[in-house]
Design a protein around this ligand. Structure first.
Ligand code: SF4
Length: 120
């Protein structure tokens, strides 16, 4: 998990404990925590980076393509904050925040166009 995501996760955890986290974010985090709780890589309070499991969908993870059936390690993230951050599951279990492989080309083209416009 990137530093920005770690910071966001801990910040949102504090907001949650103070009752200041928006309801939709709380519900999303609860759903994700349930997934992590039943995942073979979710050990204790960590997504165990010493264990491996199989990717369940095609998507990009840290700018690298992951395909269904790839065997990958857990991310090592603390599960009490990861679901409250902007990061996502290394196996592809959380679908709503991920850039899927099919969408990637379009996202890259848009990003390059924006960069081109900014450099004019
Ligand atoms: S982040 Fe993904 S791989 Fe890690 S414990 Fe949660 S569901 Fe499993």
């Amino acid at each position: 998990m990137e530093l920005k995501n770690i910071t966001t996760g801990w910040f949102n955890k504090a907001r949650k404990e103070l009752g200041l986290l928006p309801k939709d974010q709380q519900e999303s985090a609860v759903s994700i925590m349930e997934i992590c709780g039943s995942c073979e890589l979710g050990k204790g309070f960590t997504c165990d980076k010493h264990l491996k499991s199989v990717v369940v969908r095609n998507f990009y993870y840290n700018n690298q393509p992951r395909k269904v059936g790839d065997e990958v390690n857990g991310c090592g993230c603390p599960l009490e904050v990861k679901p409250l951050s902007d990061s996502y599951c290394p196996l592809g279990y959380w679908g709503d925040r991920m850039i899927l492989v099919d969408d990637w080309k379009e996202v890259m083209e848009q990003s390059q166009n924006n960069e081109h416009e900014a450099n004019k």
